[in-house]
Design a protein around this ligand. Structure first.
Ligand SMILES: O=C(O)c1ccccc1NCC(=O)[C@H](O)[C@H](O)COP(=O)(O)O
Length: 255
């Protein structure tokens, strides 16, 4: 069994116990895509709240979640991602609720979403975006969850890792696609994944490079072909997360 299968097995147990909430309205904010449209010149940041991970174990277990989110906001990031998986990432939905209540920014519920119950819970906690991972869902289920989420006003980041998954993300009409540089089955991380898949980009779609961005060096490598980067570990390990997030907003050479 690979790591992703292990995570999904636990997720099924978690979701089975999760109550079905009646979904409310999506929190109002300038959407993430709107922010990307307005800020083409510099690489935008989705800054993540990530206490721990399956690949690293503890990253920053003592984090003051509100303070971390405020530092991200002061650094002018375009969105905040909150990991809500309790078993492998030591997160929870209350972290997301706290962040969403205290920032104006779009908030991404980063989790392994396999069921509408999780989508409703995300909206009710203040998320404006969810993640759907192509490798975690059948194409049919991906399409159903994508349509459900967008129909209630969420933005959906569709995550891929290879050419086949990218084709699936395009075929379901994904307009916000995240290329994860981390292989979720082996945890291997390579920026080459983003560089390779950049050749297959389509117009009208916003592409984000996820994972393994540690400094302006990696940010510059993807800046030409990607509108934003999703960064967790590098920001969670920094004392001054605001400065660290600001440094990643490199020029994109798009004049
Ligand atoms: O981070 C992991 O170890 C991990 C393992 C298995 C599935 C997902 C995993 N991470 C989720 C993410 O995609 C990252 O948190 C996110 O892209 C930020 O990555 P990084 O900047 O490398 O912390």
């Amino acid at each position: 069994m690979d790591f992703l299968e292990k995570i999904l097995l636990e997720k099924e147990k978690e979701v089975a116990k999760m109550p079905l909430e009646k979904v409310g309205k999506v929190r109002k904010t300038t959407s993430f895509i709107e922010r990307l449209r307005k800020n083409e010149q510099n690489l935008q940041i989705i800054a993540e709240v990530k206490r721990a991970s399956p690949s690293l174990g503890a990253i920053n277990m003592e984090v003051d979640v509100l303070n971390q989110a405020k530092q991200y906001e002061q650094a002018n990031v375009s969105a905040i991602s909150v990991l809500t998986d309790p078993v492998f990432f030591k997160g929870n939905i209350e972290d997301l609720r706290l962040v969403a209540k205290n920032v104006e920014l779009p908030v991404l519920n980063k989790d392994f979403i396999i069921d509408e119950k999780q989508v409703n819970r995300a909206v009710n906690a203040g998320a404006t975006m969810i993640l759907l991972i192509v490798a975690a869902l059948s194409k049919e289920r991906l399409q159903v969850l994508y349509e459900y989420a967008t129909s209630i006003g969420l933005e959906v980041l569709v995550e891929v890792h290879n050419e086949e998954e990218l084709a699936v993300a395009h075929s379901i009409g994904g307009n916000l696609i995240g290329v994860n540089n981390r292989n979720l089955k082996t945890f291997e991380v390579s920026i080459e994944t983003s560089l390779h898949l950049a050749k297959l980009q389509k117009s009208g779609v916003f592409y984000i490079s996820e994972s393994g961005i540690k400094s302006a060096v990696e940010a510059k490598k993807v800046a030409e072909n990607y509108r934003a980067v999703l960064v967790g570990e590098a920001l969670m390990k920094e004392k001054d997360a605001k400065t660290a997030a600001s440094r990643l907003q490199v020029r994109r050479n798009v004049d």
